[in-house]
Write a protein that binds this ligand. Structure first.
Ligand code: MN
Length: 416
């Protein structure tokens, strides 16, 4: 697949995240206007409400501040819209003058949550991450739990704390207990961390078990996802039911949903299976994506340092396998369900997608380009996730997924 030329000149830059091949879905507003659906193209947003009013499409749900209503129309509608927008925005399009009137400069827009999150489930599908964490807590011999090679394990998270990129994140309080404390204390987390993940957005509801092929067809698109995690809260609370308050503060997603169709040329095979998967989770062709991922950390007022570089193909289970597993017991899935992959780490040290792994439990702090060190996040730190797939002469980007850590507050709202 090569670059599809557009009359939106900025979209033809081979390094631009939003060429005509991408067409990611977001929600935006400009001063004095209500949030509505938009599609990124080069340095602009195609205002989908204006496209409708101009008679270029006839879909009828783009004035809403979320893509859920459109997702609910199903895969044929998704494909039809992509075909139509590709024609409207292509170089030489007869619709250019009408569409030009619907373009909003990206710099004038505020970006909002692109969809209403129905429910949020977070998986643990990265083998390198699971191995690193397991080695730290259980030793290298028992690093992977016995179920890990047989199914993508996960937990039910909270939709209410999913926020869009740019939303500040307040350092959480929680119960802490460890070797350094005689008894549990209630205090601000001292081991606040990121998790570099991707999220899949379910676009088709279901009510009963799905096989992997069916699950794949129900996924509308993907986002970058930072699953903020308080490691000290987690270490004390997680047995035997798993993470709870450690993951309840915030989950940040990128502002654009990159559609499954835009990512289809970048599908790659999963790694060789150490043990065969049961039939309901068996691989159905290439289902992972070759997407370069990176994380930067910028201390307050300082330059960012890239602290991790990895790739989404390092996962062991695909989003389709996560969704198929999620439905095994009959769990109904809804439009807008968000499935996090789990932390995506690679085999090398610089490919680790969390500070827990990068600093090896805090024992080996990182040195930033500014000369400062970090074992875990400090107040004022800004974390930014980036991701893009590389085509021939073009890229498919997600937009930055960023958040700044604010200091913990006491019950009176004063700094803790
Ligand atoms: Mn996670």
């Amino acid at each position: 697949m090569t670059l599809r030329p557009s009359w939106v000149e900025s979209a033809n830059d081979p390094a631009h995240p939003f060429p005509l091949n991408n067409l990611p879905c977001g929600v935006f507003s400009t001063p004095g206007t209500a949030p509505r659906c938009g599609v990124a193209i080069g340095n602009a947003i195609l205002d989908m409400a204006a496209v409708e009013e101009g008679g270029l499409t006839d879909v009828g749900c783009f004035h809403e501040p979320a893509w859920n209503a459109f997702m609910a129309r199903g895969p044929r509608a998704w494909a039809a819209l992509r075909t139509r927008l590709t024609a409207i925005l292509a170089a030489g399009s007869p619709d250019r003058s009408r569409a030009e009137a619907a373009l909003v400069p990206m710099g004038e827009a505020s970006l909002h949550m692109p969809f209403r999150v129905a429910e949020f489930t977070d998986f643990y599908s990265g083998r390198h991450h699971a191995t690193n964490v397991g080695t730290m807590f259980r030793g290298a011999e028992n690093a992977l739990p016995p179920n890990w090679l047989h199914m993508p394990i996960g937990y039910n998270g909270r939709a209410s704390s999913v926020v869009v990129s740019g939303t500040p994140v307040r350092r959480p309080w929680g119960q802490l207990k460890g070797p350094q404390y005689d008894a549990p204390i209630l205090a601000p987390s001292r081991r606040f961390d990121l998790e570099l993940e991707m999220g899949a957005v379910v676009g088709v509801p279901s009510d009963g078990p799905l096989n992997v092929t069916e699950a794949q067809a129900n996924i509308f698109g993907h986002v970058l996802l930072n699953d903020w995690s308080a490691r000290d809260i987690q270490a004390w609370e997680y047995q035997p039911l798993g993470p709870f308050q450690a993951k309840a503060t915030a989950t940040t997603v990128s502002p654009w949903i990159v559609t499954a169709e835009a990512l289809a040329p970048f599908r790659v095979d999963a790694p060789p299976r150490e043990v065969p998967l049961l039939p309901h989770l068996a691989d159905d062709g290439p289902m992972l994506h070759d997407i370069d991922l990176s994380v930067t950390l910028a201390p307050e007022g300082r330059e960012p340092t890239t602290i991790a570089r990895t790739n989404a193909r390092e996962l062991y289970y695909s989003a389709a396998q996560q969704l198929a597993h999620h439905s095994t017991a009959g769990c109904p899935m809804r439009v807008g369900d968000l499935l996090g992959t789990g932390t995506i780490s690679g085999p090398a040290r610089h490919q680790r997608g969390s500070l827990l792994e990068l600093s090896w439990g805090g024992e080996e702090p990182l040195t930033l380009d500014t000369g400062e060190t970090r074992a875990f996040l400090e107040d004022g730190d800004t974390l930014t996730l980036h991701g893009h797939a590389r085509g021939e002469g073009y890229r498919i980007g997600f937009g930055a997924c960023t958040g700044t850590v604010l200091p913990a507050l006491d019950r009176e709202g004063d700094p803790a």
